[in-house]
Design a binder for this molecule. Structure first.
Ligand code: FE2
Length: 299
């Protein structure tokens, strides 16, 4: 499923491959090892006296959502995490002044018994099948994902590379990102549950088509936000903790480059969620548009 990422590569070559549907793997990257090491120390400290992967044994769901949200906010704001992420980007031959990046996200997916009713809070839920572009409408978007602790086929997420070019029935046409952002800002991230935060698939697909992402801590993958993916239900006995974010090459957004839009119909585009990595300036300011803008699908 993966193409190995030459490093250092060029931003042009990297993004052309992402827009063409390649799933790029950077294996055992020194800068990513440094980010993983710092992140482990960060979560071990934040969840002390419990071991991060055992946290579901000690806290109920309500306590988990509160603690994970606090951890996620501190992680996203950490200057050291930002610095380590910049180093990863630079080691791949990309530059922080050319990219705008979404929030750096620490994902927790606690173990659950297979028959357990699963709460759908945004901080803990297994994410349903989707393409990010169904919600974001940013076809230049690159998704980044990396494990913080080891993952297995039962404790990870799955990509569906076979669906890259297959239009799928989905609920993007009624997906109101503006209303979701308003509620999220007013009442906090947990006010919008994991199912409301993304559009949904409206047809049956064979879950066997999903390929579990099993890469080692210290490695990371980059793939187009137009790739279909879904969380894998975790009943492995350990909580999954992984790192993810999204980026765009600013010049490509300006030039209208990106992956093809085969089945996205959402009415909004949200460039304001991305900030230039070098100075934190919002992509919407750089583009001279609103944080959220009406999106018209090219004919
Ligand atoms: Fe996603």
């Amino acid at each position: 499923m993966y193409s190995l990422l030459a490093r250092p590569g060029t931003a042009r070559h990297f993004h052309d491959r992402v827009y063409a549907g390649d799933i790029l793997l950077a294996a055992d990257l020194p800068a990513m090892n440094a980010l993983v090491g710092f992140t482990r120390a960060f979560v071990e400290d934040a969840l002390h006296p419990w071991l991060p992967q055992h946290i579901h044994r000690h806290l109920n769901h309500e306590q988990q959502t509160v603690l994970f949200a606090k951890c996620q906010n501190e992680f996203a704001r950490s200057a050291e995490i930002q610095r380590l992420w910049h180093a990863v980007i630079e080691q791949l031959g990309l530059t922080p002044d050319s990219l705008a990046c979404d929030r750096l996200h620490l994902r927790f997916q606690p173990h659950r018994e297979p028959e357990q009713l699963t709460p759908r809070a945004r901080t803990t839920a297994t994410i349903a099948f989707h393409r990010d572009t169904w919600g974001s409408n940013l076809y230049a978007q690159t998704n980044w994902w990396a494990p913080v602790y080891p993952v297995t086929a039962g404790r990870t997420f799955a990509l569906y590379p076979g669906l890259w070019q297959r239009p799928l029935l989905n609920s993007s046409v009624t997906f109101d990102m503006r209303a979701i952002l308003q509620r999220s800002h007013q009442d906090g991230r947990n006010a919008v549950d994991a199912d409301e935060a993304i559009p949904h698939l409206l047809e049956a697909i064979d879950s066997e088509e999903g390929i579990a992402v099993e890469i080692e801590p210290g490695s990371l993958i980059a793939f187009s936000g137009a790739h279909a993916h879904a969380g894998v239900g975790n009943s492995t006995g350990l909580t999954r903790i992984s790192f993810e974010t999204r980026s765009v090459l600013i010049a490509d957004v300006m030039a209208g480059l990106g992956a093809p839009n085969i089945d996205g119909y959402a009415p909004w585009q949200t460039p304001g969620l991305f900030r230039r990595m070098s100075d934190g300036k919002r992509l919407s300011e750089i583009l001279g548009c609103g944080v959220i803008e009406r999106y018209s699908r090219p004919a």
